[in-house]
Design a protein around this ligand. Structure first.
Ligand SMILES: [Zn+2]
Length: 72
């Protein structure tokens, strides 16, 4: 378990996304969806990650309760 240096406490709202600092760019934060495990965004601005994460329509997460997911 490693903690990002100087990183704020992770908000529960972001629990669906995993954020980690890029190895090549120390200032760059990468966000990955925990549910579908797809890369979502990378930015130096946390607020921009917030924005992009909100745009992520996860296929493995019930975005629209009440609608049943069609199975093939
Ligand atoms: Zn996802």
């Amino acid at each position: 378990m490693k903690t990002p240096p100087g990183g704020p406490k992770e908000s529960p709202d972001y629990s669906a996304f995993r954020r980690s600092l890029s190895r090549e760019h120390a200032q760059l934060m990468e966000s990955t969806c925990r549910n579908c495990r797809s890369f979502v965004a990378a930015s130096v601005r946390p607020e921009l990650l917030d924005f992009i994460e909100n745009l992520h329509l996860c296929i493995l997460r019930g975005q629209f309760p009440g609608k049943s997911v069609p199975t093939t």
